[in-house]
Design a protein around this ligand. Structure first.
Ligand SMILES: [Cu+2]
Length: 268
């Protein structure tokens, strides 16, 4: 047995020596590390779960409210190169402000080095991806959208309390997903996701090997109540999921919610 081991060792030694002499070891090209960080603010003031239930906000309508929950889904992030090339990263990220780690997302797809002008994101899922029951991690967090109003998944749950027109504290549940309405006695469903192009207005950013690039994406929560439609929580605060008008209003207001927040680069 000992002999065999010695013989094998010698063979390995010879083999490795030979390798050193004749073969230049292949250097594996590392791909740059890229991740995304979703940062929430309310007209510029950072919002975290520490604000839940306590910090008072005033929306565009002049209504005072708090935030107790903010969860949303972003999918199919695409990176845009200055030469027009697009890097589609696929996948999705579920952000839950109550879980700080969920704000950070590392795509599984590889990103090539280069100069980029910005990113595109889909708020929610498009028709192809919005399949009921398809994602176990989302099923586990009560994220399904009822079949009766189109199925698939929620795109957002934004909740809190507001001071209503009588001065009472009332809860609101600003939930977004597929839009649905009754037409001729039957339910009619309409896809309600939207695609956003977020430009880097500072002139582009560089992704390079050896660096870890974090791409910051900002959400201004106040925009859900502001632009282009000034949202009345007195009129729209509950039972919004089957409310076609409310769902389409959210779709309009959501388009100004996100912006490119620059990049943070660190050495790997
Ligand atoms: Cu809901």
């Amino acid at each position: 047995m000992k002999k065999i081991i010695i013989v094998i060792s010698v063979i390995i030694l010879i083999a490795s020596c030979k390798k050193d002499e004749t073969v230049t070891p292949a250097v594996e090209q590392p791909t740059p590390t890229v991740n995304f960080l979703f940062q929430q603010n309310y007209d510029g003031a950072a919002v975290t779960s520490a604000d839940f239930g306590t910090t008072k906000y005033t929306n565009a309508k002049g209504t005072n409210h708090t935030i107790s929950k903010l969860q949303y889904l972003v999918s199919n992030i695409t990176l845009h190169k200055t030469n027009g090339e697009e890097v589609d990263l696929g996948g999705y990220n579920f952000v839950d402000l109550a879980n700080a780690d969920s704000r950070s997302y590392t795509p599984t797809a590889k990103v090539s080095a280069g100069t980029y002008t910005g990113v595109s994101i889909t708020f929610g899922f498009n028709e192809n991806d919005n399949t009921s029951g398809a994602y176990p991690d989302l099923n586990a967090v009560s994220w399904s959208w009822p079949m009766m109003i189109g199925g698939g998944y929620h795109f957002m749950k934004f909740e809190g309390m507001f001071t209503d027109k009588t001065g009472s504290q009332t809860g609101f549940a600003y939930h977004n997903g597929t839009a649905s309405k009754i037409v001729n006695g039957g339910r009619f469903h309409e896809a309600n996701h939207f695609r956003l192009r977020l430009w880097d207005f500072s002139g582009g950013f560089v992704i390079e090997q050896g660096n870890n690039t974090t791409i910051n994406i900002k959400m201004n929560i106040a925009e859900w109540f502001k632009n282009p439609l000034v949202w009345s929580l007195d009129d729209y605060h509950a039972m919004l999921m089957p409310n076609y008008t409310a769902q389409k209003m959210m779709n309009q207001n959501g388009r100004s919610v996100f912006s490119f927040g620059g990049t943070t680069v660190s050495a790997e």
